[in-house]
Design a protein around this ligand. Structure first.
Ligand code: PGA
Length: 252
């Protein structure tokens, strides 16, 4: 009953010209695809051109970050309203690279998540443990802290419109994918946490993506797990063939 969602996180890649080329190729294959929500998340500079290019297709556009305030003296930042103004519909929040390199805490991610909802943007909220945390047996504790902290105070409706991305930090860009069993185990745990902070019906409605070295070759098996509702794709989203195959792997 949950519609799978596959999002491409392009990170700090692609000129405007390259972004338009990539998304034009995606549009040729995916424009009319039903059954999977498709999102591409280019860098800020390419957002408007990509929005214009996907127009008339079923591909949505997301940003990779935003500030929680509406406007003001925040040099270098962009607000949810600014993203909505150019018809961006999603925003990735709390990616592990932002947590690690830019000091984003659960509290900051929480403020951004609330601001995104207030502006009618759907947040893709990322959580995930490091290798040391996994090896120390702390995966569930770390995930619980991040889920509770990042989603604190959301209404049930806001939770339903939130996408959670489970991305084990040790699997991002490393070629090391979590096994389907490892991924499913954490996804089921996240769903239990969502039920604890809201209720079972709400928890059942939230899409939980897996991210971390998803490729065309492993996507189908990951996406077939009961609590895995699609993926957040980094490296493999930079090339049209692999992203298209991954999107199609999410079709039920
Ligand atoms: P990857 O990145 O697919 O390149 O591992 C995923 C992500 O960081 O969202």
């Amino acid at each position: 009953m949950r519609k799978p969602i596959v999002a491409g996180n392009w990170k700090m890649n692609k000129t405007v010209a390259d972004a338009v080329t990539l998304v034009s190729d995606l549009k040729l294959d995916l424009a009319d695809l039903l059954g999977v929500d498709i999102v591409v998340c280019p860098p800020f500079t390419a957002l408007k051109s990509v929005v214009d290019t996907v127009s008339g297709s079923r591909i949505y556009v997301g940003a990779q970050n935003m500030h929680w305030e509406k406007s003001g003296a925040f040099t270098g930042e962009i607000s949810a309203e600014m993203l909505r103004e150019i018809y961006v519909h999603y925003v990735i929040l709390g990616h592990s690279e932002r947590r690690q390199y830019f000091g984003e805490t659960d509290e900051i991610v929480n403020k951004k998540t609330k601001a995104a909802h207030a502006a009618n943007l759907k947040p893709i909220v990322c959580v995930g443990e490091t290798l040391a945390e996994r090896e120390g047996g702390n995966t569930f504790a770390v995930i619980e802290k991040q889920v509770r902290g990042s989603l604190n105070g959301l209404t049930k409706m806001e939770l339903t419109n939130t996408i959670v991305a489970y991305e084990p930090v040790w699997a991002i860009g490393t070629g090391k994918t979590a096994t389907t069993a490892q991924a499913q185990e954490v996804h089921a745990h996240i769903r239990k946490l969502l039920a604890a902070i809201s209720d079972d019906t709400t928890a059942q409605s939230v899409r939980i993506q897996y991210g971390g070295s998803v490729k065309a070759s492993n996507a189908k098996e990951l996406f077939s797990q009961p609590d895995i509702d699609g993926g957040l794709i980094g490296g493999a989203s930079l090339e049209p063939r692999s992203f298209i195959e991954i999107v199609k792997a999410a079709l039920k």
